[in-house]
Ligand binder design. Structure first.
Ligand SMILES: NC(=O)c1ccc[n+]([C@@H]2O[C@H](COP(=O)([O-])OP(=O)(O)OC[C@H]3O[C@@H](n4cnc5c(N)ncnc54)[C@H](OP(=O)(O)O)[C@@H]3O)[C@@H](O)[C@H]2O)c1
Length: 262
């Protein structure tokens, strides 16, 4: 097959019967990066199926962008099955649902926080991807985008619950790239640094002052910045696999080193 004969990004074969558009599933679409990605993919011509636990937020956005919304808790196998029963065809899966809880040394680690982070980031990605892979492959041009983090590339003090979960999620994702070599499905890992979303509010259990301090004195990435990278990867011609995108604020060197002006 020549490049000219490859399925192109703007004419993907799998469509939603209702919308006549290719289908993209976005997990964690009620806030932050997922919300911005849902908007971006809708603008790129996808029928977006939004999932998160806060269905009201997803439904509002779905109405705005012409998508659909269903409640989804990626930590609950029954919820994943019920959600996916509403998705007969799928061309793109964005594994975005996730986050961090707590910031403590291994010596003081909280098992409930670890369990939450592993269930959400790792097992959530496993459940969604395993279930949707046959539909993604059947589309003839499937694409799995997984939002890991620079925490999947580095270890840092007090962050081991999150860094270990993100490393595990990343290894799961990268393994799929090899296991499905030869299948019509692409795999892209997105590794953001600091992005100003509800992420730190969740990490610090609603402590807004502590969350705000994370972004003080520098210009963090926005959810939109990350969404644009995702949409870029997804809209390349189908013979192009963007394996990994690492994006950080200019002011951020690594997970532990940033330039702050105040
Ligand atoms: N912000 C950053 O600095 C940063 C950096 C690197 C990577 N990331 C990663 O980017 C992804 C998105 O984070 P964000 O920054 O956009 O944070 P956010 O604003 O807190 O959004 C997190 C999203 O995940 C959803 N979610 C959480 N638990 C879920 C569950 N059990 N089932 C379904 N959805 C669930 C939330 O929805 P509900 O609460 O409504 O379920 C929400 O929509 C995460 O994987 C995070 O680890 C973030």
């Amino acid at each position: 097959m020549t490049h000219d004969q490859q399925p192109q990004h703007h004419t993907p074969p799998t469509t939603s019967p209702a919308a006549g558009k290719p289908v993209a599933v976005v997990t964690g679409a009620s806030a932050g990066i997922g919300e911005a990605t849902a908007r971006g993919l809708a603008e790129a011509g996808f029928h977006v199926v939004l999932g998160a636990r806060r269905l009201d937020r997803c439904a509002e956005l779905a109405a705005e962008i012409g998508g659909s919304a269903h409640r989804l808790d990626v930590t609950d196998a029954e919820s994943v099955d019920a959600f996916l029963a509403e998705v007969p065809t799928c061309r793109v899966l964005v594994n975005n649902a996730g986050g961090a809880r707590g910031l403590e040394r291994v010596a003081e680690s909280d098992e409930d926080n670890w369990r939450w982070m592993w269930e959400t980031n790792v097992l959530g990605t496993l459940r969604m991807t395993r279930s949707l892979l046959p539909r993604l492959i059947d589309s003839g041009d499937g694409h799995v985008v997984t939002v890991t983090s620079i925490a999947a590339l580095e270890a840092y003090d007090n962050g081991s619950g999150y860094t270990s979960a993100k490393h595990a999620q990343a290894v799961l994702h990268r393994t799929l790239r090899g296991e499905h070599l030869g299948d019509p499905v692409r795999f892209t890992e997105i590794c953001p640094g600091m992005v100003e979303t509800e992420f730190s509010l969740v990490r610090f259990e609603g402590d807004a002052a502590r969350a705000d301090a994370v972004y003080q004195g520098l210009t963090p990435l926005t959810a939109q910045d990350v969404a644009e990278a995702i949409v870029f990867a997804v809209t390349r011609p189908s013979h192009v696999n963007i394996d990994q995108i690492v994006l950080k604020p200019r002011d951020q060197h690594s997970a532990t080193r940033a330039h702050r002006r105040s």
